[in-house]
Ligand binder design. Structure first.
Ligand code: APR
Length: 315
């Protein structure tokens, strides 16, 4: 039994579900932090009551005190407000930027060697702000979105073709917003590119549903967004890091010239292991795909600048 520790800041829907996943998979002890008093303690206690049923012996601690998070291997940030119908992820900037910077500064004081995974939206912007707040090398900070978006793409392909979902591979890059880029050229079923299995109109319909996969859930639930698949996606990243798996997965990663982009976090294929983002994998994009990625990056850049102004940091 290892003694890894994962801190999750924000014990709401995503955070509490992720705590459950991590414990059930026996990956690490979990510290759940929230600003609301009593709430993370209650959730931790509830999850602990299920230990025998879930068959793990992981400790789950709920707290409002960052001292309890000391020396975490991974810190996951979900604190903030989720989307409601009519609100885009970008509309959340003003509120979430302040929260993310504040909680990251508190966490880094106790876990200076951790790897940070950001989930709060708008994802790529929040990941950039969190990275700045940590002062860490960029490979130790990343955003969780691509694993989730690719899982949605994978699911919709499997449903459309009536095939086993585990035979489907799919990739989504770009920002975790309206200009995210499902890549049909890099999607396959049992090794066969989906471009040989479906016509263009069907593929475009599936890509569109992937792009709006989060909004589809927000519009149905009305009081918040998705949390089950996001928690599973984050759990996969936690496992890849703690078990040094060198998983090739899309994540919001810091670019330093890759894809012709600089000083930005955006979704790209990465190698994920115990050092965090061990490599950004560069694809041979077509001109059209490259233009779309650059347009996506421009919208992230605009929102980073906007967040900087809102935080009173115009430098
Ligand atoms: N410090 C700690 N926790 C905070 C703070 C703060 N300063 N501000 C808010 N929180 C907590 C809230 O109290 C709440 O419990 O963050 C939690 C957010 O949980 P939910 O409202 O249930 O939202 P959730 O669905 O989990 O989404 C969280 O992930 O996918 C993204 O868009 C989503 O940005 C949102 C985030």
């Amino acid at each position: 039994c290892n003694d890894h520790r994962v801190t999750i800041i924000g014990a709401g829907n995503v955070g509490s579900t992720l705590a459950h996943r991590i414990a059930q998979h026996n990956l690490a002890n979990v510290v759940l932090v929230d600003i609301v008093e009593g709430m993370p303690q209650a959730i931790a206690l509830d999850l602990t009551h299920a230990q025998g049923l879930d068959r793990h012996n992981r400790q789950i601690k709920g707290t409002n005190d960052y001292a309890d998070t000391a020396n975490s291997d991974i810190v996951v940030i979900t604190a903030g407000i989720p989307r409601k119908p009519g609100l885009s992820r970008d509309d959340l900037i003003q509120i979430n930027a302040k929260i993310v910077v504040e909680v990251t500064q508190k966490a880094i004081a106790y876990s200076p060697d951790a790897i940070y995974i950001i989930i709060t939206n708008p994802l790529d912007v929040m990941t950039y702000l969190a990275w700045q707040a940590t002062g860490l090398p960029p490979n130790r900070v990343m955003g969780m979105a691509g694993v989730l978006d690719a899982a949605r793409f994978q699911t919709f392909i499997a449903i459309e073709l009536g095939v086993c979902v585990t035979d489907v591979r799919a990739l989504v890059i770009g920002d975790h917003g309206d200009s995210m880029m499902p890549l049909p050229r890099y999607a396959s079923v049992g090794g066969i590119p989906i471009t040989e299995l479906m016509d263009r109109a069907t593929i475009e319909r599936i890509c569109d549903r992937t792009r709006h996969g989060g909004a589809e859930i927000v519009n149905l639930r009305k009081t918040g967004g998705a949390y089950s698949a996001p928690a599973s996606a984050a759990c996969l990243m936690v496992e890849a890091i703690l078990h040094n798996q060198s998983r090739l997965v899309p994540a919001s990663a810091y670019l330093q010239g890759e894809y012709g982009l600089n000083d930005i976090f955006i979704g790209v294929p990465t190698l994920l292991g115990c050092q965090g983002i061990e490599k950004v994998v560069e694809l041979n994009l077509t001109d059209e795909e490259r233009d779309a990625l650059h347009a996506s990056a421009s919208s992230v850049r605009q929102n980073i600048d906007r967040a900087g102004v809102l935080l009173g940091n115009c430098s």
